[in-house]
Design a protein around this ligand. Structure first.
Ligand code: GDP
Ligand code: FO1
Ligand code: CA
Length: 324
């Protein structure tokens, strides 16, 4: 089948690895979030694209979930010795090579989509049947409005997450530039041609929400002939990892599996979802979600290992076949 998966970083990437195991031979088009991207020391860094690329390509730092395996930090140490800021963001030596290639190609005039395709070729994604399509080639940068003892201000998402450790309350989340962004090459076509669309357990606000903020993407999903099935990133009333609870609060959504489903909405009611998977321990949410007009099942949703992730992907594909 042709599967389309809008994705952020770790939640998207680990699910995709399960999907490839569950459906060998599938053609998978990933619509990657670029709102986390940042330029540091003159280098263009795309954390979510790289997390997907390294995870599927076998280069990811498994425990950390982002960055390269077997990483060293000589460049970071040298930059710090020069007193160069920011020092709160760590670029590893191996990872830096990716950013050098990307920055050089962008500087030569290639769009991010073409650069990403070139980087993914090295990691063997085409041979896996995977295309990694940036949501847009246009600039979009997620900002978080925070308030702390230094007052109220908007900071880059990376500053909120890495420097501030998501400690100050997030008052709002803004995908700056999204209004004027156009979907990247192949994005709308992939959605229109999909047999199934899966929303992985990525962050509903700063990953999936940012992809959906690109004009045309949400409409394409609503108009797609393919069933749309999502998996909850919230298990037992909290995100499995990360700051989804903080950014959900910023948009007025409770950190529960049912509330996230309601936020995406039922396709029959102008929303996105035909189906929704919640974790077994949230089984009491099933009736609530089905009352919204979304077919819902409770299955194990913890991606402990490849087999668990593959079982989640199978459950999502099964539910998609049911609602089609
Ligand atoms: P990021 O860009 O690296 O933050 O990654 P994503 O946006 O793709 O995914 C982050 C989300 O994945 C978080 O909200 C987590 O709760 C969710 N997540 C991570 N691991 C798991 C898991 O094993 N199961 C489920 N259901 N969600 C997970
Ligand atoms: N996360 C951190 O907590 N600290 C870091 O120094 C850091 C560096 C980094 C470098 C490259 C990259 O692709 C990701 C990196 N991350 C780091 C992860 C990143 O901040 C976030 O986890 C994602 O953007 C959330 O999606
Ligand atoms: Ca992300």
């Amino acid at each position: 089948p042709r599967v389309v998966v809008p994705a952020g970083g770790i939640g998207g990437a680990r699910f995709l690895r399960g999907l490839l195991a569950a459906a060998p031979g599938a053609r998978v088009d990933v619509i990657g979030n670029t709102g986390d991207d940042i330029t540091l020391f003159g280098l263009r860094v795309c954390p979510d694209l790289d997390t997907v690329m390294y995870t599927l390509g076998g280069g990811i730092h498994e425990e950390q979930g982002w960055g390269r395996a077997d990483e060293t930090f000589a460049v970071k140490e040298e930059l710090a010795a020069y007193g160069v800021e920011p020092q709160w963001f760590g670029l590893g030596d191996r990872d830096i090579a990716t950013h050098v290639v990307r920055t050089q190609m962008l500087g030569a005039g290639y769009p991010l989509s073409a650069v990403t395709q070139a980087l993914c070729a090295r990691w063997g994604l085409p041979a896996l049947g995977v295309r990694l399509l940036p949501m847009t080639d246009d600039p979009v940068e997620t900002h978080v409005v925070v308030e702390d003892d230094q007052g109220r201000r908007a900071v880059h998402f990376q500053e909120y997450w890495v420097r501030l450790r998501a400690a100050p309350p997030a008052l709002s989340v803004v995908p700056v530039g999204a209004d004027a962004a156009r979907p990247g090459p192949g994005v709308l076509e992939a959605v229109a041609d999909a047999d199934v669309v899966l929303l992985p357990p990525s962050n509903p606000v700063v990953s999936i929400g940012t992809v959906l903020a690109v004009p045309g993407v949400a409409d394409a999903l609503r108009a797609a002939g393919a069933p749309v099935v999502g998996l909850s990133p919230v298990v037992g009333g909290a995100p499995v990892r990360g700051m989804a609870d903080k950014v959900l609060a910023a948009i007025g959504v409770e950190p529960t599996a049912a509330a996230v489903a309601a936020h995406y909405g039922a396709r029959g009611a102008g929303g996105l979802l035909d189906g929704w998977l919640v974790d077994e321990r949230d089984a009491d949410a099933v009736a609530e979600v089905e009352a919204l007009g979304i077919r819902c099942r409770a299955v194990p949703l913890l991606m402990r290992d490849l087999e668990a992730s593959a079982a989640m992907a199978r459950a999502a594909l099964d539910l998609a076949a049911e609602v089609r």
